[in-house]
Design a binder for this molecule. Structure first.
Ligand SMILES: [Zn+2]
Length: 267
């Protein structure tokens, strides 16, 4: 656990300067409205970086790229399930291929300015989710470790830092759902359940009064995992899809726990 805490690239200190955030009006409280936050930023803290080696080449797997890729795919699936999705940023200013795809409605982007969308401050991400009327925030990350190992971790906020204990309830559902999806039948030897990890995660600090959970489905510093997620490798699509489906299932499964907390907040 300590290793995970040590290496997790989510800044636990040093709040970044909040970028301008556009408030999105028209929240629909009847629908399940979630906020996806692709972790890190392409022009700054890119998160974990792994050099994946394979016969015939090498590939630099950057966490920020993977986070954005997975977040877009999760959003696409959630839209099919009639879940409302807002994103803290979507790479529009970077020419991200899915942005503006004809089969997708435009993403509701909380920081639409290309000049700032990839430099959204950590605390601003949670603030933006709340401002958009999201009921829950999911920050999309992938873990790294200083040594060997691969497995699942789910991060949530410590209620000791002023957050409601609801975060733990939501995180428990998320974690259990993802474990089943990522390790079906417990067949993946060496894939470890690192469990829940609570902390004062900077990326979640702005999400006041809504639960915030941080996905860390796999460890991309693991050479085999990095290979599975390298786009030039044939099997990368299957592993990516498994992670996407795990996160979609977790988000859907968490809805009652999210709603229970909202009911409790009402006077
Ligand atoms: Zn990260």
């Amino acid at each position: 656990m300590q290793m995970v805490r040590w290496i997790c690239a989510i800044a636990t200190a040093g709040l970044a300067t909040a970028a301008a955030v556009t408030t999105v009006g028209g929240a629909q409280p009847a629908a399940y409205r979630v906020c996806l936050d692709p972790g890190h930023e392409p022009a700054g803290d890119v998160g974990a970086v792994t050099q994946a080696s394979f016969p015939g080449g090498e590939y630099e797997l950057r966490e920020v790229d993977l986070n954005l890729d997975v977040a877009h795919a999760v959003r696409r699936r959630l839209l099919e399930l009639n879940v409302e999705v807002v994103m803290t940023w979507d790479g529009a200013g970077l020419g991200w291929p899915e942005t503006g795809a004809p089969d997708l409605p435009p993403a509701e982007i909380l920081s639409p300015d290309p000049e700032t969308s990839d430099r959204l401050g950590l605390k601003a991400r949670g603030v933006a989710c709340v401002a958009a009327g999201a009921e829950v925030m999911f920050s999309v990350h992938h873990n790294a470790l200083p040594g060997p190992g691969n497995g699942l971790t789910t991060l949530y906020r410590d209620p000791g830092f002023g957050q409601k204990d609801q975060d733990r309830a939501v995180a428990q559902v998320v974690h259990a759902t993802m474990w089943d999806a990522l390790n079906p039948g417990k067949r993946s030897r060496g894939f470890v359940d690192f469990g829940l990890l609570r902390g004062d995660w900077a990326v979640a600090r702005g999400a006041i009064d809504i639960p915030a959970v941080i996905f860390e489905p796999v460890v991309i510093s693991d050479p085999q995992e990095a290979l599975r997620l390298t786009p030039t490798i044939a099997q990368a699509g299957a592993r990516r899809l498994q992670i996407v489906e795990a996160e979609v299932a977790a988000i859907v499964a968490a809805r009652p726990a999210v709603r229970a907390g909202l009911a409790g907040v009402s006077p």
